[in-house]
Design a protein around this ligand. Structure first.
Ligand SMILES: Cc1cc2nc3c(=O)[nH]c(=O)nc-3n(C[C@H](O)[C@H](O)[C@H](O)COP(=O)(O)OP(=O)(O)OC[C@H]3O[C@@H](n4cnc5c(N)ncnc54)[C@H](O)[C@@H]3O)c2cc1C
Ligand code: SF4
Length: 498
């Protein structure tokens, strides 16, 4: 049996986009507008964030963080809970580069407008620089290594309040210090009367209606039961705003008869493919203490990559190391002496890389590493190896070298050892967490949406999330997603008045 409910505005998803829209529209509730957020994941209570990798990953991420692309050569990480990926993000807060927004050529979208809106959310999310005394050794080694090579590492602004430096950000902060939408925008929206229903998966959209399945809490699983009784619902709405993320929104619209035929839907997927690189030092390095990500080196314009400091947990680190057996084991036993760098390639939208759905409606992401991406990742690995050695590392693990372990004595041969020929998709562990595109903003027929997130030919439907990006952003995206979602919400308010 299907239960019917009616609202004025339904928001699908509660991450960077959905949380922003919910808060921005919340004042309309006082004018009698009924607003509902439908989130497919659970709502976790503070005490449930234990920081344990084995129990948190399945509770926070789609497929436990191991969602595979169609050919199995890359894993995609994205959140599936109240707050979406903002619960698991690291909190680095950068404003979109002007040249990237200009290159997107989206009519009506100005960099100055995005900057102003980003600054509003930086203030709301308490973005600031960590004082130097709080930076851990991994971050200092990166800075020093860059400095010795003549590179200028920049410090990340972070959105934290009360950070205790437990380094567990990607497992959801156990200290309630990270200012994701689950902490800031969603609670504020709910205070103003926006309803949020968790465990509510939107299966498809039909004319001004969302078809929803509310799931039962799994025995022993984390999170509260849903606010609604488990079962099937038809939620009628005057307007629906899809904020399911790049993969979630693209798949939902592809499953929906009202939008499935839109040309351009699912196209233009980019994700900043990434490696974790490690190097072994002679002494222990404080990396599991302190905030993990304080510095980055932006080589996007020159060489198509960005390097960031990082700290990954034992399982994630182990799966990222190329090879197996005694050498792999020796490196993992040196875990406390490992310096870590996260390498991100600035990929470009190409026709092969797109999101589709299979016959059951599940998202399938097709991704091929272009020559340009391989070149960038190899260049990034060489530069990282130089930084590691300049910081004093004894040996470096470079996935695109064979064998992957490079000793200090061989440091002068990095260009010969780390090569594109050794970048073998499937053999090298690549993962991505900056998922972008699928419902690109644009003027021509390839554009699914306009710069206010209005879906072509479907006046009651908007998109407000990372799927709007027509190409990659070349930096960490959450602030830009919030700025775009803020624009979409403003457009909704204007259209509502008229
Ligand atoms: C580990 C990790 C670290 C990151 N670190 C940073 C960082 O430091 N800085 C930065 O700028 N960015 C970072 N990011 C990226 C950033 O978090 C995302 O780009 C951003 O949150 C995406 O926002 P979104 O609204 O598009 O999607 P999400 O935040 O992923 O939210 C989408 C929500 O929609 C829900 N949903 C999807 N489909 C449906 C459906 N059919 N029905 C109901 N609900 C649905 C999902 O469950 C999810 O909760 C990180 C991401 C990850 C995974
Ligand atoms: S480092 Fe700070 S923000 Fe990250 S999990 Fe620990 S307390 Fe939370």
């Amino acid at each position: 049996m299907t239960t019917t409910r009616e609202y004025d505005i339904v928001i699908v998803g509660s991450g960077a986009g959905g949380g922003t829209v919910a808060q921005a529209l919340a004042p309309m509730v006082a004018q009698g507008v009924r607003i509902l957020v439908l989130e497919q994941g659970p709502r976790l209570d503070d005490h449930e964030f234990t920081g344990r990798e084995d129990e948190m990953a399945p509770s926070l991420y789609e497929d436990g963080g191991g969602f595979l692309t169609a050919d199995g050569t890359m894993t995609l990480a994205f959140g599936r809970l109240y707050g979406g990926s903002t619960v698991v993000y690291t909190g680095t807060s950068l404003v979109a580069p002007e040249h990237v927004i200009r290159s997107w050529c989206v009519p009506g979208l100005e960099h100055a407008d995005l900057q102003r809106r980003s600054e509003k959310y930086m203030a709301q999310n308490q973005v600031h620089y960590l004082p130097r005394v709080l930076l851990n050794e991994n971050n200092k080694l990166f800075f020093n290594g860059c400095h010795r090579l003549g590179f200028r590492a920049e410090q990340f602004p972070l959105n934290l309040d009360g950070c205790k430096g437990s380094s567990l950000c990607n497992l959801g902060c156990p200290n309630a210090a990270k200012m994701g939408t689950h902490r800031v925008q969603l609670p504020e929206a709910e205070r103003q009367g926006v309803e949020v229903v968790s465990r509510a998966e939107v299966l498809r959209l039909e004319e001004r209606a969302a078809f929803v399945r509310v799931h039962e809490k799994t025995p022993g699983g984390k999170g509260r039961p849903s606010e609604w009784a488990p079962g099937e619902y038809e939620v009628k709405a005057r307007m629906i705003i899809s904020c399911g993320g790049s993969v979630g929104t693209s798949a939902l619209l592809l499953r929906s008869p009202v939008t499935a035929g839109l040309s351009g839907l699912g196209a233009g997927f980019t994700c900043h493919p990434a490696h974790i690189l490690v190097a072994e030092h002679d002494h222990e390095i404080t990396n599991d203490v302190g905030h993990p990500k304080s510095y980055y080196l932006d080589r996007a314009t020159e060489e198509g990559f960005v390097l960031e400091t990082c700290m990954y947990f034992p399982f994630t680190t182990a799966k990222n190391l190329t090879g197996f057996g005694a050498e792999h084991s020796a490196l993992m036993h040196a875990y406390r002496r490992l310096q870590m760098i996260h390498v991100l390639a600035c990929d470009k939208a190409v026709p092969e890389n797109r999101i589709t759905v299979d016959r059951s409606g599940k998202a399938v992401v097709h991704y091929t590493f272009t020559n340009a991406v391989v070149k960038s990742m190899v260049a990034a690995t060489r530069t990282s190896a130089r930084i590691f050695f300049a910081a004093g590392a004894r040996r470096v693990h470079a996935p695109s070298a064979d064998p992957p372990l490079i000793d200090r004595q061989s440091a002068y041969r990095l260009d010969d050892l780390i090569t594109e020929a050794h970048f073998l998709p499937g053999r090298i562990s690549v993962s991505a967490a900056h998922l972008m595109g699928g419902c690109a903003m644009g003027a021509d027929s390839a554009g699914v949406t306009d710069s206010r997130g209005r879906v072509r030919d479907v006046p009651w439907l908007r998109v407000a999330d990372s799927s709007l990006f027509p190409d990659s952003l070349e930096i960490n995206p959450y602030l830009t997603i919030m700025a775009l979602a803020d624009r979409v919400a403003e457009g909704v308010q204007i259209d509502w008045r008229h």
